[in-house]
Design a binder for this molecule. Sequence first.
Ligand code: ATP
Ligand code: MG
Ligand code: MG
Length: 390
Amino acid sequence: MNATSPPVIGIIGGGQLGRMMALEAPRISLNIRCLDANGAKSPCGLFSPGGSVEGGLKEEDKLRELAKGCDVITMEIEHVSVPALAALESLGVPVRPSSNTIRLIQDKYVQKSHFEKHGIPLGRYMDCPTVEKVKEAVEVFGLPLMLKSRKEGYDGRGNAVLRSLADVDEKFNLLYNGGKSGGVYCEGWVDFVDELAVMVVKSTKGEVKSYPTVTAIQRSSVCRVVVAPARCSRSARLLAEEVARNAISSLGEGAVGIFGVELFLTKSGDILLNEVAPRPHNTGHYTQDACAVSQFENHLRAVAGMELGDTDMCVGAAAMVNVLGEGDMSSTLKVNDLAMGMERTTVHWYGKAPAKKGRKMGHINVTADSESELQGNLKKLLDAVGLTEE
Ligand code: ATP
Ligand code: MG
Ligand code: MG
């Protein structure tokens, strides 16, 4: 660490993920600068002593302005411009993860092909540049079929479940969007018993460490609850961690930072990779209160070229519950008021407004000595956000 002149990390995107990095940065003597459409008023901009740039995340001149005075550039979102990142690299600015890593990941079809080539277990998939190709995929994979936009998807936006051949045209055209979506591909339906996730961090020296496997509970393709460690067999957890580490190692030298690896656990005990996010991830928020070094700190350590920190849990069990907007702020804040009075419970608020229905506004972490001791507090929170545990 350099105590006299802290290295400056430039973050592309100033939302909650950038903000949570920024909140950890000064403790390890790092300074944050960010680029966001809302500049200094963005959730991260409010905590960026290195200043903030107001502008679009894909604008090359804005990226250059961000890079001024920065020692390294990173991002909180993968939907950025790969040529603009490459242009920064050609000016000698370290970009971590690299433009090539982002290129591999931001197109889900390219991502799948890369992982297939490297022997990572995946479900079946097929490129579908035309409606005819989707029909062919139905023949091969059967129904239901998962159609996905190759690029720009998040929270299930960009995905469509095809349940009947009669819907092929409509669903394809919706995702194809006149070619603006970067194309469409499909995945065979995975009849998973659980969705798991593993955070993996990779350093500039090539060291790869994984956090424990977690269970990610989704509703309408949005992550709502995470339970750590995952509620599955120890062997499935260890296998998921191995698959996740192998996947990130396969990305090569430029893949520096934290990665969220989403996985499916099938009935037969197989682990299949769903997708990778090249940044801190919702399923890793529990690490803020359950681990000595959180995903945000480890991301910063990695991109700053520091030693990686401990990724083990220092509590027996933990859960994270997302706080989604309820349409108005006072209804949204109710669960926070409850959490504030609970033991071993921490509120993480993103400072966003308005509290639009379904918008990620914050999250609540709860820890315990064991999974059974976690249940009481977790149930209180789930009841408060209208989720009854299954
Ligand atoms: P994120 O917000 O995690 O980036 P996304 O929009 O990129 O999400 P995916 O992760 O591709 O979307 O899919 C969203 C959800 O849809 C998954 O978490 C899973 O519940 C379901 N899903 C995705 N692919 C399949 C599949 N092949 N078979 C069955 N369900 C799937
Ligand atoms: Mg995604
Ligand atoms: Mg996903």
